[in-house]
Design a protein. Structure first.
Length: 546
């Protein structure tokens, strides 16, 4: 047997430049090609025009006193100004702090203070988020925050006007002081307990991750990438925006926050060749009643990532959305974010059943969570990775950094995975999600994949709930396809004889939606809490287990 450890190829050289320098090089090569399309704001720019706007914003930030290393918070859904700030901060060496647009006052206050943000760029409001009101309510508790720019007001034009006092030469002098290894981005990752941690990423880590993700999708300047995933997360700003600016592909932003109809219309109208999304987004697009009326003939590739990707959803995306070369990517914010990905040249079977192989210049291994020893290929254990893509650390938190990255530089993911003889990785669950029922170790992912094979089921999530006799029982939350009906007995009958008896859900809840984060990750902790309350399992939940 072979040890479950692998290293990516090194024939593609890494980029040793800053994000700003890379952007300028792309604009020089493809000046008149379309770079940036935001239909919901009526914006359409070539690379030359996009860079001109970015530099205006960069000079505006400098005029407002933003120095290299200063933190600039960005708090908004997907608007053009988000991308301008992303590249403008990179041009001048400021560290952009991505703030989840779903955050409320306590979370906002924490992120601003923990990062020491000097400036915040946001909107006055969006849907139910009253951003200005929230900023004003925490302003007395955020002493380092000295400047707020509301980009849907005159603040934005004033920022640009201020930049006229800064010369191109001064901007160039600032850019020349930057190093690819400088910190450039802080992204807050939410654990199930404790405060969010600020994963700190460098020019080098996210620029090269974008390079290699784009390579796996076979991008060039003719591609048009539809990006409905949030910018505040690596999926949007790195795999989306940065991958486009590395290859000269067009960034197409279909909607401020996810709307399946807006995505499908944009794919058609903008002749997009690539589409991104978490599985729940693709489920919503596949379930749209008018899916077949949209012309998706230009689509060929894309990325499904962000949470476990159901095999049946992948097959449907290939068959019904013309995404014959769709890829799956796996990683975490702390790894910039991708560490494994399938490629357009992988077999369909590999692309629907695995998360691919380790990226170039990246190492991966599967270890026994208890001993830290590398397991054999085919055995499950914790996925660990090492390389250029691993974060610099958690912002101002050496203790948490040391818990995540060991002394040899391996980032521990907390995910359970296997690696086959050819190096393809499969994620089988989270260490903390493992259900132990009467001594049997059960991975929710396995049951979810089985439930997806029922044509009546659009989506399914499996959790463990407390049980006095077995320790835990299996519960399935099930979302039915439009127009379908099913009861608990029918679902259990579907399972009997096809999966082991101890994997058949003891409890079933039919729901219209799942609690999830703004990036589309299912909140299983919240599902478990609600299930305990709904099923009256408080006594079992309060019983301590060894």
């Amino acid at each position: 047997m072979t040890a479950a450890i692998d290293q990516g190829a090194t024939d593609t050289p890494l980029l040793e430049q800053t994000i700003g320098d890379n952007l300028l090089a792309t604009a020089e090569r493809f000046a008149d090609r379309e770079a940036f399309v935001v239909p919901h704001q009526g914006i359409r720019q070539t690379w030359a025009e996009f860079v001109e706007t970015v530099d205006q914003v960069a000079k505006g930030l400098m005029a407002r006193g933003i120095e290299k290393g200063d933190r600039v918070g960005m708090w908004s859904p997907n608007f053009a100004e988000w991308a301008y700030i992303q590249y403008a901060t990179a041009r001048i060496g400021a560290i952009q702090v991505n703030i989840n647009p779903a955050y409320r006052t306590s979370e906002l206050e924490y992120a601003l203070n923990q990062s020491g943000a000097r400036m915040l760029v946001t909107r006055t409001e969006y849907l139910t988020s009253m951003y200005r009101d929230m900023v004003e309510s925490v302003s007395h508790n955020t002493p380092e925050l000295t400047d707020v720019v509301y980009f849907d007001t005159d603040d934005w034009s004033e920022l640009l006007a201020a930049g006229q006092s800064v010369s191109d030469a001064e901007l160039g002098e600032r850019a020349a002081t930057l190093d690819p290894n400088d910190a450039i981005n802080i992204q807050y990752t939410s654990g199930t307990t404790g405060f969010p941690k600020g994963a700190t990423l460098s020019h080098r880590s996210i620029l090269n991750d974008a390079l290699l993700v784009g390579q796996a999708c076979d991008y060039d300047e003719t591609d048009r990438v539809c990006i409905p995933v949030p910018f505040y997360h690596c999926f949007g700003m790195v795999m989306g925006n940065l991958a486009c600016s590395v290859y000269g592909s067009t960034m197409v932003i279909p909607c401020p926050s996810f709307d399946p109809e807006a995505v499908l219309r944009t794919l058609q109208d903008e002749r997009c060749t690539s589409l991104y999304g978490v599985p729940t987004m693709f489920v919503a697009e596949l379930g749209h009643e008018d899916l077949e009326s949209f012309d998706l003939s230009n689509l060929r590739t894309g990325i499904m990532a962000g949470s476990p990707c159901p095999i049946e959803v992948m097959r449907s995306v290939i068959e019904k959305m013309n995404m014959s070369q769709v890829t799956i990517a796996y990683g975490m914010t702390e790894t910039s974010p991708v560490s494994t990905q399938t490629s357009t040249t992988d077999s369909v079977e590999h692309r629907v059943t695995t998360v691919g192989r380790v990226l170039p210049h990246v190492e991966a291994k599967i270890v026994d969570p208890a001993t830290g020893e590398t397991v054999e290929r085919g055995e499950d254990g914790e996925y660990c990775t090492r390389g250029f893509h691993v974060m610099l650390g958690y912002w101002n938190d050496a203790e948490k950094t040391a818990e995540a990255i060991d002394v040899d530089g391996w980032m521990h993911s907390g995910d359970l995975a296997t690696m086959d003889e050819d190096g393809y990785v499969n994620i089988v669950g989270r260490i903390k999600d493992l259900i132990i029922r009467g001594g049997e170790n059960i991975y929710p992912r396995e049951i979810e994949e089985f439930l997806y094979t029922n044509p009546k089921i659009a989506d399914a999530q499996v959790i463990g709930v407390p049980d006095l006799k077995y320790g835990e029982q299996i519960m399935a939350w099930v979302q039915l396809a439009p127009g379908e009906s099913m009861d608990e007995d029918e679902l259990k009958e579907f399972c009997r004889g096809k999966i082991a008896h101890f994997k058949v859900p003891r409890y079933v809840s039919f729901v219209s939606e799942f609690p999830m984060t703004v990036t589309g990750k299912i909140r299983k902790v919240e599902m478990r809490e609600k299930s305990i309350a709904d099923l009256g399992l408080h006594e079992a939940a309060a019983t301590k287990m060894a």
